[in-house]
Design a protein around this ligand. Structure first.
Ligand SMILES: *[C@@H]1O[C@H](CO)[C@@H](O)[C@H](O)[C@H]1NC(C)=O
Ligand SMILES: *[C@@H]1O[C@H](CO)[C@@H](O)[C@H](O)[C@H]1NC(C)=O
Ligand SMILES: *[C@@H]1O[C@H](CO)[C@@H](O)[C@H](O)[C@H]1NC(C)=O
Length: 274
């Protein structure tokens, strides 16, 4: 009796909380340009992991990533390291400064946050933020959140050609005007959890990441883009087994649960995970 009750509870909990998986033959894998789209990502509805649904779109062989802060071009998906590299035209680089608060910055819908976040060694450099920016709340009494991330920061970034073109030729602490806040503030994503230029009252932003253990000298050698780490939350054994046998995982029509599906029998077999 107890085990029946437990079983019912378990079924309910599992159906409610997660994850049945659906194993398809290899119909979900695809390409966009030269980028392979594989589990947990997919271009078709019902394929991939539900945490990554409605995320990637292929337009004229260009892979686009769409979240609440906007659209980005996907430069790379690194399945081994579980990372994506993103870029967008309004992001400043070492050679191009884009002002006017047109940049996307980066934020995701709260439901997606457990599945993806910018990497801890990705630096966001916020440019020309208003002294009234939430970044500088309490300045100069309190510490600024601005700091180097993985050896990358604003002192170096301000030596980029983009800044010389702007008529700025500053080095080191000269980049800090008077006693006011700095004209560039570098932060890791985890420090503010939402790079929103409107909310932060910044004119522009840049983003760079280091591909460990490569150590590149100077901002001209940094990789510009947003490095996003993804994770599947919890174990993903079913999909591992599914893929090992040449299948691919999908999810059910509610877009949330993954449903186990035995292709040979043509009947759904609810394989409960978690
Ligand atoms: C994909 O193509 C682009 C140019 O279109 C190239 O820069 C990039 O290195 C290629 N990526 C891979 C993984 O081959
Ligand atoms: C950015 O912040 C502004 C102002 O607070 C807000 O209206 C907007 O919705 C935010 N954008 C995103 C993508 O959250
Ligand atoms: C950031 O790194 C630069 C270059 O390595 C260094 O000169 C500067 O002092 C560092 N800034 C902080 C706040 O650690």
């Amino acid at each position: 009796m107890g085990s029946v009750v437990f079983g019912v509870w378990f079924l309910w909990a599992a159906a409610y909380a997660m994850t049945l998986s659906r194993c398809y033959p290899n119909t979900c894998r695809s390409y966009c340009g030269n980028i392979t789209i594989d589990y947990p990502f997919a271009l078709q509805y019902g394929c991939g992991h539900p945490g990554f649904r409605d995320l990637l779109f292929c337009m004229n062989e260009v892979l686009m990533f769409h979240v609440s802060s906007g659209s980005y071009r996907v430069l790379e998906i690194d399945y081994a390291y579980q990372a994506l590299t993103l870029h967008e035209p309004h992001m400043s680089t070492c050679h191009n400064l884009v002002l006017g608060s047109r940049g996307n910055g980066f934020s995701v819908e709260p439901w997606r946050a457990p599945y993806m976040n910018p990497a801890a060694d990705n630096v966001f450099m916020l440019i020309a933020c208003s002294p009234r920016s939430p970044l500088f709340q309490g300045f100069p009494g309190k510490h600024l959140p601005c700091r180097n991330v993985s050896g990358m920061g604003c002192e170096d970034y301000l030596s980029c050609p983009a800044w010389e073109m702007m008529g700025h030729k500053r080095l080191g602490s000269a980049a800090f005007f008077g006693s006011g806040p700095p004209e560039c503030c570098a932060v890791p994503y985890q420090a503010i959890r939402e790079i929103n230029l409107t909310k932060l009252q910044c004119e522009g932003y840049s983003s760079a990441y280091s591909v460990a253990p490569l150590k590149v000298d100077g901002p001209g050698g940094w990789s510009y883009g947003i490095r996003v780490r993804y994770s599947l939350q919890g174990n993903d054994e079913f999909c591992g087994a599914c893929e090992a046998t040449g299948g691919t995982c999908g999810y059910g029509s509610d877009g949330i649960r993954q449903l186990a599906y035995r292709q040979e029998q043509g009947l759904p077999t609810n394989t409960i995970k978690y």
